[in-house]
Design a protein around this ligand. Sequence first.
Ligand code: ADP
Ligand code: MG
Length: 322
Amino acid sequence: DLLISQISAGEVIGRPASALKELLENSVDAAATEITVQLFQGGIKLIRVADNGTGISRDDLPLALARHATSKINTLEDLQKIASLGFRGEALASIAAVSRLTLTSRGREEKHAWQIQTKDRHLSPPEPAALASGTTVEIHDLYFNIPARRKFLKTEATEYAHCDEIFKWIALSRADIGFTLQHNGTLRRHLRPADPRLRIAAILGDEFAQASVFVDERAADLRLWGASALPNYSRSSRNNQYFFVNGRFVRDKLIAHALREAYRDILHPDRHPAFALFLEMNADGVDVNVHPTKTEVKFHDSRALHQFIFHTINKALASPQL
Ligand code: ADP
Ligand code: MG
């Protein structure tokens, strides 16, 4: 049902940046090594993500846009239940319900690419298209059919800033992938596949790279690596705090607390340290909430984790390798 699809899309796809996140994650899942993002008008007019991943065969194209659980969604309450389970296989369907979506792809076995499009309630049959490899998704006119939702979008500059933020998270999490970002036809970011340290410098800037310590510590099944700002780094703020757990971006109170404690004696309490840190641990030690819009996690041994993060950063700040 289209109405329900639109409501559900509103839950998951709050703004252009949420759609961009889904597309980027799909490209990463498809083993792409090069991903190009083109945005127009902050992504409101157009989000185009092109990758060189595995692609989708002609016969699977309509499946990529199919909603798997439509029949189960009857009420708003149901919708919330499903939201908490994670919308697997729902992202493209949700986006397609509230935009004009074009999906072009060349599966490995195909002699050429195929394209499908959604418009209002209709899904066009696959048509031959030109694309050397991989997949290109275009999302035109997000919320064109839900004026009330469209009104909630902020200015083009604000929506672009949110998209750039998502782009930075994903680019930080996968230094081995090349990424390009354009806005309104202008090149904004170009990142070659790189060593993670160089990728961090490319995203957080050279000043950060110079005014931060690099850590890489292990304890039991835990590993924490990445860069954390020294107190003299002038542009420390909440906006440049990047923390990943097993490659996923998370915001977590426990982690935030451990880091705050690590900086307590050297950073003014009103200031927030910048960092790009990667925690790796056994997958069974952490529950990752699969809701696409949430970035929370639950750790089984939070006490040990808190201590490990605190000690690693505290020690590194006490003896910076300058
Ligand atoms: P999910 O990622 O949870 O499976 P999506 O709605 O995001 O659901 O995508 C649906 C399906 O479409 C994916 O499972 C995948 O098979 C296919 N797909 C989407 N984007 C790409 C892509 N960039 N490359 C290859 N396959 C893709
Ligand atoms: Mg997906």
